[in-house]
Ligand binder design. Structure first.
Ligand SMILES: Nc1ncnc2c1ncn2[C@@H]1O[C@H](COP(=O)(O)OP(=O)(O)OP(=O)(O)O)[C@@H](O)[C@H]1O
Ligand SMILES: Cc1ncc(C[n+]2csc(CCOP(=O)(O)O)c2C)c(N)n1
Ligand SMILES: [Mg+2]
Ligand SMILES: [Mg+2]
Ligand SMILES: [Mg+2]
Length: 328
């Protein structure tokens, strides 16, 4: 069945059983607004939009994976402040010939990730349009002070929780046709399946966010556009130099080697420049024992007189990463 055969009310009703209400929802979908219990501590809001062809492709991902990814990247932004998500709203622009079961699988994938994070899906909006688009807003709270991008200090340890470069590698494998995307077989090409899986539906280490906050992290963000470009954002916001140590990126590089051999370029490139794994990148005071699963990947340095905040890899300046509007 195509969605043009249903009306809006029928569609929304078919979503209901797929969406968690969450522990803080007072009024869920159905009224002019949802009502969510006001949080203690800081109230957090973030939004991210996903556009077919730009963030996902219908022939590369299953609908539940696209839904899971839409939830994951918004949940990761709340976690990257040291917070937890209370509620999500999700607005969909849908081509009229979209298959109803396909759409319900997307909504189910979204709902499952929200449920796993303890968040309610409390509303959204629907419109018809040519380009399938998913716009998500997440609301959350941080019980301690939120961890901003601005607080990194010289001497801090730079650490990461989660994977780097897997999504970028998966994207390249799919883009080069090295995986039968449409067959959707996770066993294809054995060791490469992790990269493809992370591309299709990343699993950010959400609990690492609040854990970092509880351990006194000075600064944090999630790696959405690439380690180097996102570390650069921390560097500028904090007016520091981020010093990355390539020897500490070993676990990511090793995991990416099979894909790198296939694609013919260094695995390190994905770890440095690949986006969308949504790892947590944080600066910790030097004496802190890092909370699980953070691992050190560098240090924070001071900006020299007349120099600019920047990122260096093994002492050499480095730049690059994903940008929606500039393609090199
Ligand atoms: N259209 C906009 N209007 C106002 N602020 C914006 C707009 N787009 C982005 N911003 C703000 O700019 C900042 C950076 O946005 P960005 O989307 O790069 O962060 P992010 O969501 O953490 O990363 P990503 O989108 O790559 O996951 C955020 O604080 C965001 O709210
Ligand atoms: C089909 C397809 N082509 C390219 C990419 C790569 N990509 C898109 S957006 C983005 C960064 C984060 O985006 P945002 O800032 O919008 O969250 C990256 C790495 C993809 N995921 N799917
Ligand atoms: Mg964003
Ligand atoms: Mg972010
Ligand atoms: Mg981005």
């Amino acid at each position: 069945m195509r969605i043009r055969e249903l009306d809006e009310t029928q569609l929304i009703e078919s979503f209901q059983r797929l969406l968690p209400s969450g522990g803080r929802t007072v009024v869920g979908p159905g009224d002019d607004c949802a009502m969510v219990a006001a949080p203690e501590g800081a109230f957090l809001v973030t939004t991210d939009v996903l556009v077919s062809g730009e963030h996902f492709r219908l022939d590369w991902s299953a609908p539940d994976e696209i839904g899971a990814r839409a939830a994951a990247q918004n949940l990761a932004d709340i976690a990257a402040m040291g917070g937890r998500t209370s509620s999500l709203v999700v607005s969909l622009v849908l081509p009229r010939d979209l298959d109803v079961d396909w759409l319900l699988a997307l909504v189910a994938g979204f709902g499952e990730r929200a449920r796993a994070a303890g968040a309610g899906v409390v509303g959204g909006d629907l419109a018809a349009g040519e380009q399938l688009t998913i716009a998500v807003t997440a609301h959350g709270w941080a019980s301690a002070a939120p961890v901003l991008r601005t607080g990194a200090r010289p001497g801090d340890t730079l650490a990461v929780a989660g994977t780097l470069g897997r999504s970028g590698a998966g994207l390249e494998l799919l883009g080069r046709g090295l995986v039968a995307g449409s067959e959707h077989d996770p066993t294809v090409l054995g060791g490469l399946s992790e990269a493809i899986q992370v591309y299709r539906a990343p699993v950010p280490p959400l609990e690492a966010g609040p854990a970092a906050a509880a351990h006194g992290a000075h600064a944090m963000l999630d790696v959405s556009d690439g380690l180097v470009i996102d570390a650069g954002r921390m560097a500028r916001a904090s007016a520091v130099v981020v010093e990355l140590d390539s020897s500490l990126l070993g676990p990511d590089v090793w995991a990416l080697e099979p894909a790198a051999r296939l694609c013919g370029h260094p695995a390190l490139d994905w770890a440095l420049f690949g986006g969308e794994d949504h790892a947590m990148l944080a600066a910790f005071p030097p004496a802190v024992v890092l909370p699980q699963p953070f691992r050190p990947i560098g240090v924070i340095g001071a900006v020299e007189p007349a120099a600019a905040p920047r990122v260096r890899l093994d002492g050499r300046e480095v730049s690059g990463g994903w940008d929606h509007f500039r393609r090199s």
